[in-house]
Design a protein around this ligand. Structure first.
Ligand SMILES: NC(=O)c1ccc[n+]([C@@H]2O[C@H](COP(=O)([O-])OP(=O)(O)OC[C@H]3O[C@@H](n4cnc5c(N)ncnc54)[C@H](OP(=O)(O)O)[C@@H]3O)[C@@H](O)[C@H]2O)c1
Length: 273
């Protein structure tokens, strides 16, 4: 579809609602987006969708090869290999973004790890690792990006579909994600006077390598997928594109009144109890 086109949908006789295409609403053109965990899964797809909308993107992750694959064939995407948990990483990541593009308009705190364990099995190393990656890393990266965000800037925290009840095996992971949602609420209030918005996008179960990265076997992943498909009202697992779309669109200026909230994209799972 050519730039500037819109798709016309007929709603009722004689009424037409125009859905602008990504190309038509190029309000992200020239915006600089920094995405952590951009080498795989939701982060990779988000980086490509932002780039397709005309943004300039820096993807960050620990594995240079994964980042290169994300950027391959997408000239708007640059890469920077870093471990978000290293104390000097936030400054280095911001310096890399400024070096590449001279500014930052949008930060997507997406990198996270999941290490399932019952309470009696939790060891300090994996607990620390999850807290450092999912919570402390985003705090200090956001802090270091902040002086460079201008009015109209946006911070998107990718959280999770944490249930409003216990979540056996996932206490530490779930706690980091609930805490990140709390940071969203709080930072949104703190930063609103500067015209900077903060929003959480909370994915439901999504087809990515996240469980493989957590050490699950293919059979275990398939079994979990089957269980989830039965429980999710839409009876299917999300494609990463269906989560990335929300991350990209909450960062657009058109979403300028969306602030301090959690956008749940879970196929109705939370609503089903
Ligand atoms: N998939 C789901 O069902 C689901 C559901 C709810 C929420 N989420 C959330 O969605 C986000 C994306 O997850 P995903 O499903 O796309 O999983 P994923 O493919 O495992 O992506 C996580 C990314 O984070 C990077 N990363 C991990 N530790 C890092 C560190 N210390 N420093 C820098 N980068 C690091 C990983 O790359 P390297 O290992 O190369 O560093 C990886 O590319 C996460 O916040 C996750 O909690 C996912």
């Amino acid at each position: 579809m050519s730039a500037g086109c819109a798709v016309g949908l007929t709603l009722t006789q004689g009424a037409t609602f125009s859905v602008p295409t990504m190309e038509a609403t190029s309000t992200l053109h020239g915006r600089v987006v920094l995405i952590t965990g951009g080498g795989t899964g939701i982060g990779r797809t988000t980086a490509r969708q932002f780039a397709a909308a005309g943004a300039e993107v820096l993807v960050v992750g620990r594995t240079a090869e994964r980042l290169r694959e994300t950027a391959d064939g997408h000239p708007g995407i640059r890469t920077f290999a870093a471990d978000l948990t290293a104390p000097d990483a936030p400054d280095a990541i911001v310096a890399a973004a400024l070096d590449a593009f001279g500014r930052v308009d949008v930060l997507v705190n997406n990198a996270a790890i999941i290490r399932p364990a019952l309470l009696e099995e939790i060891d300090r190393t994996t607990a620390d690792e999850q807290l450092a990656t999912n919570l402390v890393g985003p705090i200090f990266l956001t802090q270091r990006v902040l002086p460079h965000l201008k009015e109209g800037g946006a911070i998107v925290n990718v959280t999770s579909n944490t249930p409003n009840r216990g979540w056996p095996h996932n206490s530490v992971y779930g706690a980091t994600k609930v805490a990140l949602d709390f940071l969203t609420h709080t930072w949104a209030v703190e930063l609103a006077p500067r015209g900077i918005r903060v929003v959480s996008v909370a994915p439901g179960v999504t087809e990515t390598p996240v469980l493989a990265h957590a050490g699950f076997s293919e059979e275990q992943v398939a079994e979990r997928g089957k269980e989830f498909r039965e429980r999710i009202p839409l009876k299917r697992i999300a494609r990463p594109e269906e989560i990335a779309w929300w991350i990209v669109n909450v960062a657009r200026p058109e979403a300028g009144y969306l602030n301090g909230t959690v956008v749940r994209v879970d196929g109705g799972l939370a609503a089903s109890g």
